[in-house]
Design a protein around this ligand. Structure first.
Ligand code: PEP
Ligand code: MG
Length: 323
């Protein structure tokens, strides 16, 4: 199996009928870049920056963060690296912040909400990411955005971080691309408004599914309701892709759904431009995409979107993608 798949590390990700897909990887630590390069990852679609803040009792300063981000930019050797700003809260606890216990942590004080409230912490991270952008192809992404105001507020902090660096004569990429995760249903529903202002969108299905179905992604007792193929989820994804394309923006997916062999043909057919997944899934995904016909997958997606439930969608996908 290993050797059969290994040749896919050197090949492009393209459908039989010539439709190019960007296939990147998710990482949670700079050390993972080598594994990504080994499987021919075309970039880092999601660098979760939380590792820098976990299991310690003091905040990482700008220099320490800069070193970590620069290492990834450097190791990826010009391939795009999307660095996500701190996404703490929900399932990811951060003892050093001494946060209040909440009744609904997934609906609470987390991710961008916390960053917009902790200005020095956020500005420090933004400066570190900007500085790293001088050493590779770095893009910036905000998690958990629900409103246009949050998006614009985050960008005001970014502008402030840029001017601080400019005044200090510290180099960064002034044209750094900035995007956001679409993982809150409210953001998906108004993704056209975000697409007008953002350089790219990235769909975070892990959270989007749990919020759409009101189903805790960690709760085993209700895992049957955590349905990636629920028509509500599929319609939201379709809405986001269409909104992005209407505004000439690229849209990718970095949730677990992006690595699901049953979902990939459907997502390709829906027009998703990029996939980002754990390095261990990249070869199989590339092999699968290279076997697909984009035109046939468009028809498949159209048919799947007519169906009334997850079971029907999965049955269609199983039947149509066998061999
Ligand atoms: C997601 O929500 O799909 C995602 C990629 O982010 P995380 O799993 O880190 O919440
Ligand atoms: Mg998420």
């Amino acid at each position: 199996e290993k050797t059969r798949q290994a040749r896919w590390a050197e090949l492009p990700t393209v459908t039989r009928d010539g439709h190019r897909i960007e296939l990147g990887a998710n990482i949670g630590h700079p050390d993972e870049c080598q594994a990504v390069l080994r499987v021919g990852g075309e970039g880092i679609g999601l660098f979760r920056s939380e590792f820098l803040f976990m299991n310690r009792d003091s905040m990482p300063d700008e220099e320490e963060q800069f070193q970590a981000y620069r290492q990834v930019a450097h190791d990826m050797n010009g391939k795009p690296v999307v660095i996500r700003t701190l996404d703490i809260g929900g399932d990811k606890e951060l003892p050093l912040l001494n946060l209040q216990k909440e009744l609904n942590p997934f609906l609470g004080y987390r991710a961008i909400r916390l960053c917009l409230d902790r200005e020095e912490m956020f500005l420090t991270q933004l400066r570190a990411i900007l500085r790293a952008s001088h050493y590779g192809s770095v893009k910036l992404m905000y998690p958990m955005i629900a409103t246009l105001e949050e998006w614009r507020a985050a960008n005001r902090f970014l502008a402030e971080a840029k001017s601080t660096l400019t005044r200090a004569g510290i180099p960064f990429d002034p044209a750094i691309q900035v995007g956001l995760m679409i993982e809150v249903p409210a953001a998906a529903l108004v993704s056209d408004l975000f697409a007008r202002e953002a350089d790219f969108l990235s769909i975070g299905t892990n959270d989007l599914i749990q919020y759409t179905l009101a189903c805790d992604r960690m709760n085993e007792q209700i895992s049957g309701l955590y349905q990636p193929f629920h028509p509500a989820v599929l319609r939201l994804i379709q809405l986001v892709i269409e909104a992005a394309h209407r505004h000439d923006r690229r849209v990718s997916m970095c949730g677990e759904m992006a690595a699901d062999p049953l979902a990939i043909p459907l997502l390709v057919g829906m027009g998703l431009d990029g996939f980002s997944m754990n390095a261990s899934s990249v070869l199989a995904a590339r092999e699968l995409i290279n076997q697909l016909s984009f035109n046939e997958m468009k028809d498949l997606a159209e048919a799947a979107l007519q169906l009334e439930g997850q079971e029907q969608v999965k049955a269609l996908l199983l039947e149509r993608t066998r061999n």
